[in-house]
Design a protein around this ligand. Structure first.
Ligand code: UDP
Ligand code: MG
Length: 304
């Protein structure tokens, strides 16, 4: 019997965990699927870890990983993938916003021979207007800059062992699971699902964490912003030629006194282009520095 591992990142999910564990247990046993639930406690400040321990005492199919602090959902997914033993591994939110029935359907697709089964959002669930708008901007940037179509992508996926091993073999620290699983290739299909409403607890993302997340992911999948710097430099250079010629002509005509406005405008313009450019380059250098330091993506303090 093949084993299905379900990776469930959890950050302050005390309210939803018992429900999630029970729902998954019931539905997987009903469908006679051999399974393990890998809960990754991402440094929660509530009783999440105690609840994972209780669930593990009650159900031998439950495993738990405890981070030493909050490392973020991406790190939790990576740890779950690394620790899972299944022939196929599914990743889903532990707040049950990803419907468990779809998990069963994904498993059957895997049995049919698909190696990557991606959950695609039919709707985006309940989200505020600014959230929806910024998500749209982010994904259209991703599509244009990184050539990855992810408008409706989610972290709800089921991967064959081979795809999991391919993802785990990548040493980069700023991994973006959603993009990585489509980047590795393999025989792929997708399944639509409706994002459910969260029954308890709150969303763990603030506008700030989402903005940082978006920036990191764009930078790790595209160097287009850096090429923007080159383009800006080129434009300013063209401008410099035109103004240089004009200045020289005026000088030789003996009419070169006026023009302080031009000087001030030029200094402002070029100064700001240089600073923005340095900022963009600095951002990439910071990311390179992070990768070069080779720090682990997460630190596990306990396991069950
Ligand atoms: N999560 C996590 N670490 C974090 C933030 C979130 O492991 O730093 C988990 C969270 O417990 C949940 C999943 O990631 O299982 C999705 O988070 P959430 O439901 O808050 O996001 P939303 O559904 O609102 O996009
Ligand atoms: Mg959620």
């Amino acid at each position: 019997m093949p084993l299905l591992s379900v990776v469930l990142p959890a950050y302050n999910e005390e309210a939803m965990l018992p429900v999630a564990a029970k729902t998954l247990k019931d539905i997987l046993e009903e469908n006679a699927i051999e399974y393990e639930l890998v809960f990754v406690n991402d440094g929660s400040r509530d009783r999440t870890w105690e609840i994972i321990r209780e669930e593990a005492d009650r159900n031998p199919h439950v495993r738990g990983i405890h981070f030493s602090r909050n490392f973020g959902k991406e790190a939790a997914i990576a740890a779950g993938l690394a620790c899972s033993a299944g022939d196929c591994v599914a990743v889903m939110d532990s707040d049950l916003q990803h419907p468990p029935e779809i998990l069963v359907a994904m498993y059957h697709l895997w049995e049919e021979g698909y190696e990557v089964v991606e959950g695609v959002k039919k709707n985006r669930g309940k989200e505020s207007l600014p959230h929806r708008a910024s998500a749209r901007i982010f994904y259209s940037l991703m599509t244009r800059l990184a050539h990855l179509d992810m408008e409706r992508a989610s972290d709800f996926k089921l991967l064959d062992r081979r795809a999991v091993d391919a993802i785990l073999s990548m040493p980069e620290k700023n991994a973006f699971f959603r993009a990585m699983s489509s980047w590795v290739g393999f025989k792929k299909t997708s399944l639509e699902f409706d994002v459910r409403e969260r029954k308890a607890g709150t969303s763990k993302w603030s506008a700030w964490t989402l903005a940082k997340y978006a920036l990191t992911n764009i930078v790790s999948y595209s160097s287009a912003p850096m090429q923007l710097v080159t383009a800006a430099g080129f434009l300013v250079f063209l401008l410099a030629i035109v103004l240089g010629v004009q200045t020289l002509v005026k000088y030789f005509n003996g009419t070169a006194v006026e023009g302080f406005t031009t000087v001030i405008l030029l200094i402002l313009l070029i100064g700001s282009v240089i600073m923005v450019s340095l900022g963009i380059i600095g951002y990439y250098i910071a990311k390179i520095y992070e990768e070069v330091k080779g720090r682990p993506r997460y630190i596990i303090s306990k396991r069950i």
